[in-house]
Design a protein around this ligand. Structure first.
Ligand code: GDP
Ligand code: IMO
Ligand code: MG
Length: 426
């Protein structure tokens, strides 16, 4: 296998973890390079379901190094919870490594996220309330804490003398929240230091050098349409889920990447606020939600559902750097008479047609999807193992999607299990 990045091509929850887990069999190292415990990644294998948030989905393989890179943000309590849950399922963490450069989500970050979201109405993003935005804000403002700070009293103390007066002023004056004492933060940091100690890769440069000629799998979280630069801003997350994020967040530069697999559902879902041109608020949307079990792994929220949108997917192929697509959950349509694909948008104010994605999301409320309707296959795809065995209408659907998005579909997922996967070589 070539060095591969797995990214979400839509608004997250496309089935990235299933594809990562599948490819992880052939990888020597897996790197989570952005995001944090806002992600909810599900792997189903051997009759067991594993839920990951920050820990790379490759942890199920004993010989694969799982590295949490510098571009991630780590919320210690969530990490501990995830760790304990996986441990109770028999998962071992011998191969887990954490970058000393990863950022730490502090309690005040989750409090600020919660406060901002609870204001309701205007400005609400519908975040996971995991403190993601405030942690990245502080990182960019150069007032964040990194894992390595936990092991240097001097660094921590000096940093806190700068950070805390600013943070406390903000907490009290802007948000009406309680301030933190330096002692309180120092004792929390002592606890965090112990929690992460066995896993901190102080030798990460040597490790990356040693693995340079091996097979690396980069595991993305969220999706292109949630990207801070390219997504439906401001209704986005605060990191770069695009393929390029793998370079900045992992420690390996762009020349280390051979392929970017864009994972996309055969339809679209979204959690949280923000535009969604093909959203279905009718019975069909409910049907997709029920059959596809579209409820969030991290927050349990029902996911908004809609038809496949070739306009955003074509955009994701471009800005995500996608070379190959993994199309998931196609089995959800097994009982459908017909399936729609959005090929363009029409602005209802002036009938202007968009075949390329309009990045100004404030006009999205005026956009109507233009659909092409494909006949369903009306049979279960769940046990099909090869492309040749697929019903003709499913093959036609796949070809249509490929034509519209300008990228090949190399993997077809027909069920949640590792085994329910078809590798397409045409
Ligand atoms: P991720 O965040 O992109 O890793 O995706 P999630 O784990 O949040 O959501 C994907 C959900 O769909 C999970 O419950 C998976 O087990 C499930 N899933 C993945 N691929 C398929 C598929 O091809 N068919 C069906 N029916 N379910 C799938
Ligand atoms: P995975 O990796 C789906 C969404 C939130 C919200 C926006 C900002 O499982 O695909 P944040 O907490 O990141 O500040 O929230 O991004 N969001 C996700 N939606 N899947 C995810 O991760 C998501 N991570 C964040 O719902 O709309
Ligand atoms: Mg998810």
């Amino acid at each position: 296998m070539k060095n591969t990045v797995v990214i979400g091509a839509q608004w997250g929850d496309e089935g990235k973890a299933k594809i990562t887990d599948l490819l992880a069999q052939k990888a020597d190292m897996i790197i989570r390079y952005q995001g944090g415990c806002n992600a909810g990644h599900t792997v189903v294998t051997g009759g067991k379901t594993y839920k990951f948030h920050l820990i790379p989905s490759g942890i199920l393989y004993k010989n694969t190094i799982c590295f949490i890179g510098a571009g991630t943000v780590i919320h210690p309590d969530s990490f501990e919870k995830e760790y304990n849950e996986l441990k109770s399922q028999g998962v071992s963490f011998d191969n887990l490594k954490i970058s000393p450069l990863a950022s730490i989500t502090m309690p005040y970050h989750t409090e600020i996220d919660g406060y901002s979201e609870s204001q309701g109405g205007k400005g609400k993003i519908g975040t996971t309330k995991k403190g993601i935005g405030p942690t990245y804000t502080d990182k960019m403002a150069r007032i964040g804490l990194k894992i390595q700070d936990l092991y240097s009293y001097e660094a921590l103390s000096e940093k806190l003398d700068i950070i805390l007066p600013l943070k406390n002023k903000q907490l009290e004056k802007v948000y009406g929240l309680e301030p933190y004492t330096k002692d309180c933060i120092l004792s929390l940091c002592e606890k965090y230091a112990e929690l992460f100690r066995p896993y901190v890769a102080t030798d990460w440069q040597d490790m990356l050098n040693r693995y340079k000629d091996k097979t690396i799998l980069f595991e993305g979280a969220q999706g292109v349409m949630l990207d801070i630069d390219y997504g439906t801003y401001p209704f986005v997350t605060s990191s770069n889920p695009i393929g390029g994020g793998a370079s900045t967040g992992s420690g390996y530069g762009p020349t280390m990447i051979d392929e970017v697999i864009g994972v996309s559902k055969a339809y679209v879902t979204r959690v949280g606020e923000g535009p969604f041109v093909t959203e279905l608020t009718d019975k069909t949307g409910e049907q997709i939600r029920e059959i596809g079990h579209e409820f969030g792994v991290t927050t349990g929220r029902p996911r908004r559902c809609g038809w496949f949108d070739a306009v955003i997917m074509k955009y994701a192929v471009l800005v995500g750097g996608i070379t190959n697509v993994a199309l998931t959950k196609i089995d959800v349509f097994d009982t459908f008479d017909e399936i729609k694909i959005c090929t363009a948008y029409k602005d209802c104010r002036n009938d202007k047609v968009y075949t390329s994605y309009p990045t100004d999301v404030f006009i999205h409320k005026y956009l109507e999807p233009i659909y092409e309707t494909m006949p369903g296959w009306k049979t279960s795809l769940s046990n099909i193992k090869t492309y040749d065995e697929l019903p003709e209408n499913a093959k036609k659907y796949i070809s249509k999607v490929e034509d519209l998005i300008g990228a090949p579909i190399g993997i077809l997922s027909v069920g949640p299990d590792r085994e329910q996967t078809i590798f397409i070589q045409k």
